[in-house]
Design a protein around this ligand. Structure first.
Ligand code: PHE
Ligand code: ZN
Length: 882
C-alpha cells in the first residue's frame, strides 16, 4: 500500500470550505510530457466558514510545482508547505487575494485516465470526481463554484483543435512559432469537476438546434479524422434530447455551443463537462455495419443522460460527493423517461428492472452494500455504483409514482428555480417535492440512508361469504455491513385485482376509500388491506411497473402465473409473471441436476409462453423480452446460497431446449415473418423486429438440432448489419467446432482494423460457455490487439468474462478467479479505478457452494496481501473479504 491506512471520509464531518474561489484563469501550454499550467485564482474567505482559517489548503496530485505568487508577489518555498496531496499556504490577507500557481504535469505518463491525459494522440481531461487536482492546485470540491477562463496553447500541427468549456472568445497564431491558442470563457459558475479541455487533430460534424425561446445553438461533435460518417446518430440523438428536455421538463440549453468529443481511452461511459461533453467513442460512433441496435440505443440514452446533466448536475450541482445520487439518480431517471417516451415504455421498464436486479440487487445484498446516499467512503470513485445510479433513479421514480407526473414537474420546476447555481443536497431536492406537492416524505427519506433490498411478503386470502379480499404485507430489510437494524420504509405499491374474465376489478377498501389509480402505500412492518365487493377469488397483480425496488414474494400458484401471463393489463407484470413462472422450473431443475436427477417436463411453461406470444397486439420488442428466459444470474439470485453455476447452466439449457422443441413451429414462423427488409434503421420499430427474430433464432438453436445450428451460420453469412452478425456469433460462440471458428475468423478478418468492432470479437469469446473459456481468455491477453491500458479492451475481455460468464469465471478449479485476480493486480499498478471496478465481480462470492467459495476467497486474500495496492482497490478488497 502507498498509504498504510487510507482515511475514511464521513458525511457527518462535512463543513463548508474555508475559502471560495470566484474566478479561475487558466493558461495551459499543452505538451505531451510537460504541460505547463498557470492558474490565477481570485480567492476570498467563505462567510459561511465555521472558523477563521489560518491557511489555505489546496488539493494537488502528481504535479510538479514551479512557482506560487500571492497578490503578484512570488513566494519562496519556505512560505508554503507541500505533501503528496496538498499545498498549504499560511499568512494570508484577511480579505480577498489572488493566487497565481504554475505547475507541470505529464499527460503521456497518465494511465489512470484522471486529470489531463492522452488518448491516442488527443489531449483530454477527466475531472470527476477528483481529477482537477491532477491538473493544478485547487480547492477540488463540488461546493466551490467559480467562473473559468481558459487559454489553451499548443503546437498547431499536434493540436489544431483546442477546446474548453463555454464560448470561444479568441484564437490565433503565436507569430511564427508554429503554436496557436484559443481562449474559452464559461459564464456559468461551476465546480472543478465539470472543467474540461481537449486538444488534438480532430474533425468536427456540426448541426444546429433552435431552442424553445428561439436561440440558435451550434452542435459540434468532434472525432478522429475518418470517423465523420459515424456521427449521424449521435447528432440526431442530441437534438432529440434537447427537444425532449424542453417539452417534458421545461429545460432550455444555456450556451451558444454544445460540444461532444469522442475519445478511445475513457474510464467510464461519458462525462457531462459544461458545454463540452467527453464521450467514450463506443457511445458516439455508429454505422449499421459496425454498431448493433443495442449500441444505437445506448448512444441515444447516454447522449440524453449527459445532456440532461446540464440542469441536473451542472446548473444545480452537488454540495459534496455523498450527494452523488442527487445528480445521478435523477439524471438516470430522466434518461429512462426519455427512452420510454421515444420508444416503448413497457420494454424500457423491463430492461431497466433487469439491469437493476442484475447489478444493484447483488450489490445491495453483498459486502459492498451501501445506501443510495452513502455516509462514508474511502475512495469516492468506488461509489459510482448501481446503487447510486440505478437505485437512485428508482427513488425518483417512486416519488413520481406518488406525486404524479404533473406534481413531479411542479416539484422539479421549483427545484430548478430555487437552486439554480447552488451546490445542493438530497434534502433540498426532497423539500422541493414536499412543498410543491404537499407530500410528507419524512419516512420516505429512509430510502436514501438505509442500504439493502427490502423483502416484502404479500399474501391474499378471499372470503366468499363477505366478498372481501384481504391482502397482507410484511416488510423486512436485511442487515447490511455497518447497518444492523433497519426501519420500515414507505413504499408505493401499484396493484390490480383480476376478476375471472381477466379484467381489473374496481378497488374499494373497507374504509370506503376508492383506489382509482391502483396505488397503495406501505409504511409499517406489516399492514393489511381489505378490498370489498369482490365477486369471486381474484388473482392479484402486485407491484405493477415494479413500483418499488424490492424483493416481493407472494403466494401465487402456477395457475395464477399463467393467468397473469395471458391477462394482466400491466405489461410489466405480464412479463414478470412469465419470468417468475420460468424461475420455478429453473430452480427445481437446478436442484435436480445437482442431485443427478432428470427434471420433469416443462410443457406447462412452454404452453403458457406460446399462448402469451400469440397475442398480436403486443409489439415485437416486447415479445422478444418475453422470449428471453431468466439469465443464469437471475437463477443464482433466486437460489441465494450454495450456488453451483454448472447446475444452473444445465438447468437453463434444459429449459431452453424444452421450449425450443415445444415451440419449434411458432419460433420458425417468428423467424420468417420478422425479417426486416430494406435499408437499416435504428428506430424502435425495426429494432424490435430484429430483437424478436434473433431471440427466436437463438431459442431454435437451443434444440441442438443440426439444422437449427446451421440456420445460425446462414444468418451470420447473410447478415447485412452488425445486429444480425452479433446475434449469430452470440449463439455460435457456445458451439464447439468449425462453424464457430470459421465465423470468428471471418469476423476478425473483416474488422481487425476497427478498434470498436474488435471489442465485440473479444467479448463474444469471453462469454463462451465452452469448458475451456478461461484458457481462451488467457490466450487472448497475448493477442496484439489486446491492451490492459485501454479500459474498453479490459471491459470487453475481462468485464464480459467476469460478469457475464458464470460457468467460466466460477469454474470449479478456480482458474477463472485467478485469471481475473491476476488482471486486477496488473491493472492496479496504473489505473486504480478500473482495477477496483473489476474486482467488484467477486461481490457475490459468498453465495457460491463451499468449494468455489474457498477458491474465490484465496484469490481475494492474495490480492489483499499485496503490499502496494491503490486506495481504490484496497477499499474494495477489504470490504469484499469482511
Ligand atoms: N458523471 C458521469 C455520468 O454519469 C460519469 C463519470 C463519473 C464519468 C466519473 C467519469 C468519471 O454521467
Ligand atoms: Zn450521470
Amino acid at each position: 500500500m502507498d498509504d498504510p491506512s487510507p482515511q475514511t471520509i464521513y458525511l457527518k464531518d462535512y463543513t463548508p470550505s474555508d475559502y471560495l474561489i470566484d474566478t479561475v484563469s487558466l493558461d495551459v501550454n499543452l505538451h505531451p510530457t510537460a504541460t505547463r499550467v498557470r492558474s490565477r485564482l481570485t480567492v476570498r474567505p467563505n462567510p459561511d466558514a465555521v472558523a477563521r482559517p489560518s491557511a489555505i489548503v489546496l488539493d494537488g496530485e502528481a504535479l510538479e510545482l514551479d512557482e506560487v505568487r500571492l497578490d503578484a508577489k512570488k513566494l519562496s518555498p519556505s512560505d508554503y508547505t507541500r505533501t503528496d496531496n496538498n499545498l498549504t499556504i499560511p499568512n494570508l490577507p484577511d480579505g480577498p487575494f489572488e493566487l497565481e500557481i504554475t505547475t507541470f504535469c505529464n499527460p503521456e505518463a497518465n494511465k489512470a485516465l484522471s486529470g489531463l491525459y492522452r488518448s491516442r494522440d488527443i489531449f483530454c481531461t477527466q475531472c470527476e470526481a477528483q481529477g482537477f487536482r491532477r491538473i493544478t492546485y485547487f480547492l477540488d470540491r463540488p461546493d466551490v463554484l467559480a467562473r473559468y477562463t481558459t487559454r489553451l496553447q499548443a503546437d498547431k500541427e499536434m493540436a489544431p483543435v483546442l477546446l474548453s468549456n463555454g464560448n470561444l472568445v479568441g484564437s490565433g497564431k503565436n507569430g511564427n512559432s508554429g503554436t496557436h491558442f484559443a481562449i474559452w470563457e464559461d459564464p456559468h459558475p461551476k465546480p472543478s469537476y465539470l472543467f474540461a479541455m481537449v486538444g488534438g487533430a480532430l474533425v468536427c460534424v456540426s448541426g444546429k438546434f433552435t431552442t424553445m425561446s428561439g436561440r440558435e445553438v451550434d452542435l459540434l461533435i468532434y472525432v478522429e479524422p475518418g470517423e465523420e460518417d459515424r456521427c449521424a446518430w449521435a447528432m440526431e440523438s442530441l437534438k432529440r434530447s434537447m427537444k425532449w428536455d424542453e417539452e417534458r421538463f421545461g429545460r432550455e440549453y444555456d450556451l451558444d455551443v454544445f460540444m461532444i468529443v469522442a475519445v478511445s481511452d475513457f474510464n467510464m461511459g461519458a462525462m457531462e463537462n459544461k458545454g463540452l461533453n467527453v464521450f467514450n467513442d463506443k457511445l458516439i460512433l455508429a454505422r449499421p455495419e459496425t454498431a448493433t441496435d443495442a449500441d444505437y440505443a445506448a448512444i441515444e440514452a447516454v447522449i440524453g443522460h449527459e445532456y440532461f446533466h446540464n440542469w441536473t448536475g451542472n446548473r444545480v450541482t452537488c454540495r459534496d460527493w455523498f450527494q452523488l445520487c442527487l445528480k445521478e439518480g435523477l439524471t438516470v431517471f430522466r434518461d429512462q423517461e426519455f427512452t420510454s417516451d421515444l420508444r416503448s415504455r413497457a420494454v424500457e421498464r423491463i430492461s431497466d428492472v433487469r439491469m437493476l436486479k442484475t447489478h444493484q440487487f447483488p450489490e445491495d445484498s453483498g459486502p459492498l452494500a451501501h445506501p443510495v446516499r452513502p455516509d462514508c467512503y474511502i475512495e469516492i470513485n468506488n461509489f459510482y455504483t448501481a446503487t447510486v445510479y440505478e437505485k437512485g433513479a428508482e427513488l425518483c421514480r417512486m416519488i413520481e409514482t406518488m406525486v404524479g407526473r404533473e406534481g413531479f414537474r411542479a416539484a422539479t420546476d421549483l427545484y430548478f428555480e430555487r437552486h439554480d447555481g447552488d451546490a445542493a443536497t438530497v434534502e433540498d431536492f426532497i423539500s422541493c417535492i414536499s412543498e410543491a406537492t404537499d407530500t410528507d416524505l419524512d419516512q420516505f427519506m429512509r430510502w436514501y440512508n438505509q442500504a439493502g433490498t427490502p423483502e416484502v411478503v404479500a399474501s391474499l386470502s378471499y372470503n366468499t361469504k363477505d366478498k372481501v379480499a384481504e391482502l397482507s404485507f410484511s416488510q423486512v430489510t436485511p442487515a447490511t455491513p455497518g447497518q444492523e437494524k433497519k426501519q420500515p420504509l414507505h413504499m408505493p405499491i401499484k396493484l390490480g385485482l383480476l376478476g375471472q374474465n381477466g379484467d381489473d376489478l374496481p378497488l374499494r377498501l373497507d374504509s370506503g376509500e376508492e383506489i382509482t389509480d391502483g396505488l397503495i402505500h406501505l409504511r409499517d412492518a406489516s399492514q393489511t388491506f381489505r378490498f370489498t365487493d369482490i365477486p369471486s377469488p381474484p388473482v392479484p397483480s402486485l407491484l405493477r411497473g415494479f413500483s418499488a425496488p424490492i424483493k416481493l414474494t407472494s403466494n401465487l400458484s402456477e395457475r395464477d402465473l399463467e393467468f397473469l401471463m395471458a391477462n394482466d393489463s400491466d405489461l410489466f407484470n405480464r412479463w414478470q409473471a412469465g419470468q417468475s413462472y420460468a424461475l420455478r422450473f429453473l430452480t427445481r431443475a437446478t436442484a435436480d441436476f445437482r442431485n443427478g436427477k432428470d427434471p420433469a417436463s416443462a410443457s406447462a411453461f412452454a404452453g403458457a409462453l406460446a399462448a402469451s406470444l400469440r397475442d398480436e397486439t403486443l409489439e415485437p420488442a416486447y415479445r422478444a423480452e418475453v422470449l428471453k428466459l431468466p439469465s443464469e444470474s437471475d437463477v443464482a439470485r433466486e437460489i441465494g446460497k450454495d450456488v453451483d453455476p454448472d447446475a444452473i447452466h444445465n438447468a437453463r439449457e434444459w429449459l431452453r431446449a424444452e421450449v425450443s422443441h415445444a415451440l419449434h413451429g411458432e419460433l420458425e414462423e417468428l423467424y420468417e415473418t420478422n425479417a426486416v427488409p430494406g435499408p437499416y434503421s435504428p428506430e424502435a420499430e425495426d429494432t424490435g423486429k430484429r430483437a424478436l427474430r434473433n431471440a427466436a433464432l437463438a431459442l431454435l438453436a437451443a434444440s441442438g438440432e443440426e439444422s437449427d445450428v446451421m440456420r445460425v451460420s446462414a444468418h451470420y453469412e447473410r447478415a447485412e448489419n452488425m445486429t444480425d452478425k452479433i446475434a449469430a456469433l452470440g449463439v455460435l460462440t457456445h458451439q464447439e467446432g468449425k462453424l464457430r471458428e470459421a465465423a470468428f475468423d471471418d469476423f476478425y478478418g473483416k474488422w481487425k482494423d476497427d478498434h470498436l468492432v474488435i471489442d465485440k470479437w473479444f467479448s463474444l469469446q469471453a462469454i463462451s460457455n465452452l469448458s475451456d473459456a478461461p484458457e481462451r481468455v488467457q490466450a487472448l491477453i497475448k493477442h496484439p490487439l489486446f491492451s490492459f491500458k485501454t479500459p474498453n479492451k479490459v471491459r470487453a475481455l475481462f468485464g464480459a468474462f467476469a460478469n457475464m460468464n458464470p460457468t467460466g469465471f466460477c469454474r470449479a478449479d478456480g482458474a477463472g478467479f485467478s485469471l481475473v485476480a491476476d488482471a486486477v493486480l496488473e491493472i492496479d499498478t496504473f489505473n486504480p479505478q478500473i482495477s477496483a471496478r473489476m474486482l467488484g465481480a467477486f461481490k457475490s462470492w459468498r453465495m457460491l457452494e463451499s468449494s468455489r467459495q474457498s477458491k474465490a476467497k484465496s484469490e481475494l486474500e492474495r490480492i489483499a496481501s499485496h503490499n502496494k495496492l491503490s486506495r481504490d482497490l484496497f477499499e474494495i478488497v477489504t470490504k469484499t473479504l469482511d
